[in-house]
Write a protein that binds this ligand. Sequence first.
Ligand code: 3HC
Length: 298
Amino acid sequence: MATQATAREIAVVGVIGAGQMGSGIAQLAAAAGCGVLLLDSDTAALSRAVASISSSLRRLVAKGQLSQASCEHSIEQIKCVSSVQELRDADLVIEAIVESEDIKKKLFVELDKITKPSAILASNTSSISITRLASATNRPCQVIGMHFFNPPPIMKLIEIIRGADTSEEVFTKVKSFSERLGKTVICSQDYPGFIVNRILMPMINEAFWALYTGVATKEDIDTGMKLGTNHPMGPLQLADFIGLDVCLSVLRVLHNGLGDSKYSPCPLLVQYVDAGRLGKKRGQGVYSYGTRSSSIKP
Ligand code: 3HC
């Protein structure tokens, strides 16, 4: 299928979801000189995102890595919006909303209706099939996965996922846009968990099994992997950082999609999520970040 997506440069980027990932992606696009439309229905989340982007850019100014003028310009590039209709001028839309296939598909149906025919629709999904998301639209050749890593301004990688119908032109355009954001690109076919989460999540799950079966304390498991394999964070600390709900949802996609019991989520991870211990964002996960207490053992 022919695409108009390469007809012009990506000048305006729509980012949907003003959480940690969405705000980091918005910051990167603005710093690369794009106009950014940051969409969230929660106005408080938009305010928090703008505050966090401003403070992140100002830290770069303080460290001498960005001029004051570029910092102010980047902040001015970001316009907060609250309805999908306001994304009609976007050349590229990147969604970073909740990891639910049904919710994402509904969003793609809406985006397909309101965005211009040449617009590329990208998902920052951690593991959901790009081919299935694309099937909700009438432009599957212009749907692609752009998987950023947390925190997006710091992590150097973008994993690009081609759906079954993603065109070569769209892939090339998104790859060069990702490089414009200063990232290294790897390319994955559309299989559950893509490349990084296919390998990372079984490691995190195994760390939960080690904790669940009493192999060691959480601190020793994390210290072992930090100092024994030079990871910046141990797997349990990293799971808290990513969000235990996100880890569980990726493991379920791996388990269902690949049909191998080795991906079956550890019951302790399931129990933490059931209890609302979702990690750092909620003040409690494997570790406590606030005052909330719980009787889940260990
Ligand atoms: N936004 C912007 N900058 C940030 C940041 C954020 N959220 N968090 C930290 N930074 C910056 C700090 O300003 C600091 O910059 P400087 O060195 O120039 O002063 C630098 O990052 C290091 O920060 P800190 O000194 O505060 O802390 P650390 O040295 O511990 O680094 C970390 C923090 C970068 C998060 C590091 O611990 C790390 O790399 N952890 C692993 C992260 C990781 O693996 N992410 C991927 C998760 S998987 C994923 O996202 C995929 C999904 O699908 C599940």
